[in-house]
Design a binder for this molecule. Structure first.
Ligand SMILES: Cc1ncc(COP(=O)(O)O)c(C=O)c1O
Length: 397
């Protein structure tokens, strides 16, 4: 029995949450039960809420410095305790958001029209960010065998060599598949990038959501050897703080980190949120046990979903429990229904907003990304609605 109650019901009504209020924009309908955008229906830990309340009671939220121990120390503590890595202040820099930092690195490493490589399926905003920066998207498809994704390293090398790639956008853990990259794989990838003068950007925002018995390995562990690389991460996912913009980078390449700061200064968006800094301290100093308990809860949600599929939906779907993230990447190819049919049935019959795989450039177009960062009861209801949707599709074939 955990001391944290992840089953607590908290309404998001009136909070303007994109998760709820944004379903019409993406799914064409209001009032859907949402399991799509990557935030959770689970409250930020009490230690963070209490720290924020105390800071709010101070009542003054003027311009704030991030270059202090209250920024560096919690980050160093968390990485030392949880990722087994001793960081140095000079290698850590604040950034406005993870995607801001990704965009800033792209701007500093490329000219319009240059090639940037991603693996597919991919995190959808990587597609947008390349378009917005007028960059050519080079796709390296992951291999899919019996529900498990893997990377063919020769394909990775060849795709880089043949396309004059300037930057590789790495996602670890990988959104949407939930894959964790091993030390050996990342060493090979870094080596290929180094040999071909490709800058390696590692988005590690999902790093804290790891299944029991799995291990996350950051490329930051390899920075002594591979310097043309940067890690970008934050607290938005781990502690459900996406609307308090805050991220940080880790790198030995301080020049590129300075480029990020320069862009923040040019665009006048570099003022750190005083509330985000308070949240950082509380989160990384006091919320490790909350994170562990949440990981257990998320794991149980995923097991529930897998069992439900195996017992009731095996004619339609299959799921391999992802190694990381709170995103279940469910394969519906067995059902024989198309992406459009499934998407429509989920919305019209199930009343569900679940992201279709096409958003993530799913090469097989036969997956949905189901966010399980929700209360068990919500997940149970969603599974019933998914079943209802497939039954409807079968009856109306
Ligand atoms: C892989 C990945 N990177 C970045 C982000 C967004 O980060 P931020 O809001 O800090 O820009 C997300 C959000 O879903 C994500 O999944």
């Amino acid at each position: 029995m955990t001391k944290f109650n992840f089953d607590e019901v908290t309404s998001r009504e009136g909070t303007y949450s994109i998760q709820y209020e944004g379903t019409e924009m993406i799914f064409g309908k209001k009032g859907l039960a949402p399991f799509w955008i990557a935030d959770m229906d689970i409250k930020t830990p009490e230690a963070i809420r209490e720290a924020l309340k105390a800071r709010i009671d101070n009542g003054i939220f003027g311009y704030t410095l991030w270059q202090t121990d209250s920024f560096y120390e919690p980050i160093k503590k968390w990485w030392s305790e949880r990722h087994n890595l001793e960081l140095h202040n000079e290698d850590i820099q604040y950034a406005t958001s993870v995607l801001f930092a990704v965009s800033a690195v792209l701007k500093s490493k490329t000219e319009p029209g240059d090639s940037v490589m991603i693996t597919v399926p991919t995190y959808n905003s990587f597609v947008g960010i390349l378009e917005e920066n007028n960059l050519k998207r080079i796709e390296c498809p992951l291999d899919l065998n019996n529900g498990e994704y893997s990377l063919d390293i020769d394909k990775f090398r060849k795709t880089i060599e043949e396309n004059n790639v300037k930057v590789y956008l790495h996602c670890n853990p990988h959104n949407p598949t939930g894959l964790i990259w091993t030390k050996e794989q990342q060493e090979e990838m870094l080596k290929i990038c180094e040999d071909n003068n490709v800058y390696f950007v590692s988005d590690e925002i999902h790093k804290d959501f790891i299944r029991p018995k799995e291990l996350f390995y950051s490329v930051a562990n390899l920075f002594d050897t591979y310097k043309n690389s940067i890690v970008i991460t934050g607290l938005g996912k781990s502690f459900n703080l996406a609307s308090l913009p805050f991220a940080y980078t880790i790198s030995k390449d301080h020049e590129t980190q300075r480029e990020i700061t320069k862009l923040m200064n040019q665009l006048h968006c570099g003022t750190v949120s005083s509330l985000a800094l308070v949240a950082l301290e509380a989160a990384y100093n006091d919320c490790g046990d909350w994170m562990d308990a949440l990981n257990d809860y998320i794991h149980d949600n995923l097991v529930y979903v897998k069992n439900y599929i195996d017992e009731n939906l095996s004619d339609y779907m299959s799921l391999e429990i992802p190694q990381a993230t709170y995103l279940a990447w469910i394969d519906f190819s067995k059902s024989g229904f198309t992406n459009d049919e499934v998407k429509k049935a989920f919305v019209e019959v199930g009343g569900l907003a679940i992201s279709p795989g096409e958003m993530y450039l799913d090469p097989t177009n036969s997956h949905v990304r189901f966010n399980v960062g929700f209360r068990r009861e919500q997940i149970e209801n969603a599974m019933k609605q998914i079943e209802k949707s497939f039954k409807h599709l079968s009856e109306n074939k």
